[in-house]
Design a protein around this ligand. Structure first.
Ligand SMILES: NC(=O)c1ccc[n+]([C@@H]2O[C@H](COP(=O)([O-])OP(=O)(O)OC[C@H]3O[C@@H](n4cnc5c(N)ncnc54)[C@H](O)[C@@H]3O)[C@@H](O)[C@H]2O)c1
Ligand SMILES: O[C@H]1[C@H](O)[C@@H](O)[C@H](O)[C@@H](O)[C@H]1O
Length: 355
């Protein structure tokens, strides 16, 4: 037997398939990053196909990955017999049809947040995956809430679960971006940015969010015309805990994500700084400084790598080992309440199905 035959026999015996052949739909900022990590840093998978409405971009990305093909129509990429699994990194408005196509074909999919653009369509995805699981016993969808894979967030959740700060009562969050692309609206700050704190709150506290209030402080002069930036968002959980979020997407500075959980017997904070603390001469004397990540790709680079590796490993075992469709749906339901709260200025209860 040759080495290759031995490897195939072992794989067949433990029913772990050869490298997953992945199609990446959308190769803009996130999709191109996911292609690079699947190609260079993640084991057990290779990028077989890329698809993007901008075919020249798809061609450039494919050219960097030996054996990778461009398939122009994303739904044809999902249907491609030489594709075993899909990463969706297209704009959110295309996620619903692309995720449903993956479920329909019965192949694993990692869908960037948001799962879909609203709670009703996310619920339809939950139901489609439930129906598939009832027939086959397999779940298929992981949603791209990468913070769950960040070692600091994972450690914070473990600390809380182990009773390290007693009963958690209040969570303070800051989520600051240096800038956002043109076209970002106040609603999309809730849907695209605050959605991460919604997931973090559910992840850390292990309960659903019942109500949302959104306040609009005085806007920064750096914000685009008409944008309410920053926002203050208050999330109330079903168990009466409260989570405040300052979301500020045009600070002009750097990328900062901080979370502090205050419990009955202590508190814990993550996201203060990473790396070296330096003392050097400043304008008024010696200063102590530490670099702040410029963007989410730097701050959460490791989290994205771990997220994709865990997805690949689970997909090869026929499971999902990360946030799933229910998490995607719950986040959309909370954001829908957030958008209504933004519009009315009132505390808004979250409308959600029972799990
Ligand atoms: N998890 C995170 O931290 C994070 C960070 C950034 C973006 N995202 C999410 O990733 C997704 C992509 O965001 P981005 O910043 O990379 O956007 P982007 O605009 O940089 O890239 C999107 C790409 O999709 C392509 N596209 C357009 N229509 C398409 C279709 N129907 N099918 C396939 N591709 C299509 C575009 O041509 C573009 O190349 C969004 O859902 C966004 O919310 C997540
Ligand atoms: O789409 C991005 C992304 O999800 C980042 O993680 C978040 O920090 C940004 O605010 C958002 O605009």
């Amino acid at each position: 037997m040759t080495a290759t035959e031995v490897l195939s026999a072992v794989r067949a015996a433990v029913s772990v398939p050869a490298d997953l052949r992945v199609a990446v739909l959308g190769v803009g900022l996130m999709g191109a990053d996911h292609v690079a990590r699947l190609h260079g840093r993640v084991s057990g998978a290779r990028v077989a196909v890329v698809s993007d409405a901008a075919t020249d971009r798809a061609g450039r990305v494919a050219a960097g990955v030996p054996g990778c093909r461009v398939v122009t129509d994303p739904l044809a990429a999902v249907a491609d017999p030489e594709v075993d699994a899909v990463v969706i990194a297209s704009p959110g408005r295309f996620h619903e049809e692309q995720v449903l196509a993956c479920i329909d074909r019965g192949i694993p999919v990692l869908c960037e947040k948001p799962l879909t653009m609203d709670a009703d369509s996310s619920l339809a995805v939950v139901r489609a995956e439930d129906a598939h699981a009832a027939r086959t016993g397999r779940r298929l969808v992981q949603v791209g809430f990468m913070r769950r894979f960040d070692p600091e967030y994972a450690a914070l959740r473990e600390l809380i679960a182990a009773g390290g700060i007693g009963e958690p009562l209040v969570v303070h969050c800051a989520h600051r971006n240096p800038a956002v692309p043109a076209g970002v609206t106040t609603e999309s700050i809730v849907n695209d940015s605050v959605v991460h704190e919604v997931d973090v709150a559910r992840f850390l506290l292990d309960e659903e969010i019942a109500a949302v209030t959104v306040l609009r402080p005085r806007a920064t002069r750096h914000a685009a015309q008409g944008l309410s930036d920053p926002l203050l968002v208050l999330l109330e959980t079903v168990g009466g805990r409260m989570v405040d979020v300052e979301c500020f997407v045009s600070t002009g500075l750097a990328y900062e994500v901080r979370t502090e959980v205050v419990g009955e017997d202590g508190s814990a904070m993550i996201g203060l700084h990473k790396g070296m603390v330096r003392q050097h001469t400043g304008p008024g004397g010696a200063v102590r400084s530490t670099a702040v990540a410029p963007g989410f790709r730097e701050r959460f680079g490791l989290a994205y790598d771990l997220e994709v590796q865990r997805w690949v490993d689970a997909a090869r075992r026929g499971t999902v080992d990360g946030p799933g469709v229910w998490d995607g749906y719950a986040a959309q339901a909370v954001c829908a309440a957030g958008v209504e709260a933004l519009r009315t200025g009132r505390r808004t209860e979250v409308r959600m199905e029972q799990r």
